[in-house]
Design a protein around this ligand. Sequence first.
Ligand code: XMP
Length: 318
Amino acid sequence: TWTPECFVETTVAELKEKIGNDKVVLGLSGGVDSTVAAVLISKAIGKNLYCIFVNNGLLRKNEFESVLDQYKDMGLNVKGVDASARFLKELKGESDPEGKRKIIGRVFIEVFDDEAHEIQDVSWLAQGTIYPDVIESVSATGGPSATIKSHHNVGGLPDFMKLKIVEPLNKIFKDEVRRVGKSMGIDPELLGRHPFPGPGLGIRILGDITADKVRMLQEVDHIFIQGLKEDGLYNDVWQAGAMLLPVNSVGVMGDERTYEKAVVLRAVESTDGMTADWVNLPYEFLQKTSNKIINNVKGVNRVVYDISSKPPATIEWE
Ligand code: XMP
């Protein structure tokens, strides 16, 4: 029978054998797969694993700093690269969903390639690809591996894509990845994180992206996700998040008329992201969360809850 302990033991031995004294580069996303892959490879080759964690400016509130600290505490050899300003500049004025995805994917590759060049004599690229990614060939859960794949056939490969590939999780499923992570002592909170798309909040801000919209959505998302955790609902939900609509609506605050943004809260149940049902969150929770958002997030005066399932809707709005 398959056990996580056996998997770790044999995989670490195989990795040692395969990689020897070579250097490996890996893109961390903050997600489960890339984290488990990194810890596993680092068990085999230690500091010869160079991890790169790129801040595209579209992560959740405080995520870059807190996850980077967590990675350092785990003993990973990781470099955090804050490229927020560059992403924001390149995204300026783009409002088409696929256009935004392309820009975010391209800039990620450029930033990652620059960083990979800083490492002398690197010969391997490690990825957190899991078995379902291999069969579907497109990751549903995001992270650098997904971004890289969808750009595979763009002419003139960046140098890091010419490296030899090592994918220690490519024969196992998500639940096994979590068990492997647990058996290596990775924080259960990190292992239980909801999936988050590679393009991040960039595809949850409908229309064009500005620094102010990112700030607004980060606040809204933070209140929602913290609330789910505080009320013990987070683990009952497969994925949750908020969207910022390109719509102003009339509201009233004191005796002032307001004309501000509307946001959408979305929480779904799913097993693989291919189909999904909206979650019947308690009314009291929705009521409390809506009040908190409107009272605390400047620029937002209306909150709605998405009650669409997939299909025919999708999980993300873009
Ligand atoms: P949809 O919106 O297609 O989402 O129902 C299904 C799952 O995929 C995630 N998603 C993405 N992940 N890059 C990613 O890495 C993307 O461009 C992307 N679009 C959607 C989504 O968050 C959900 O988990």
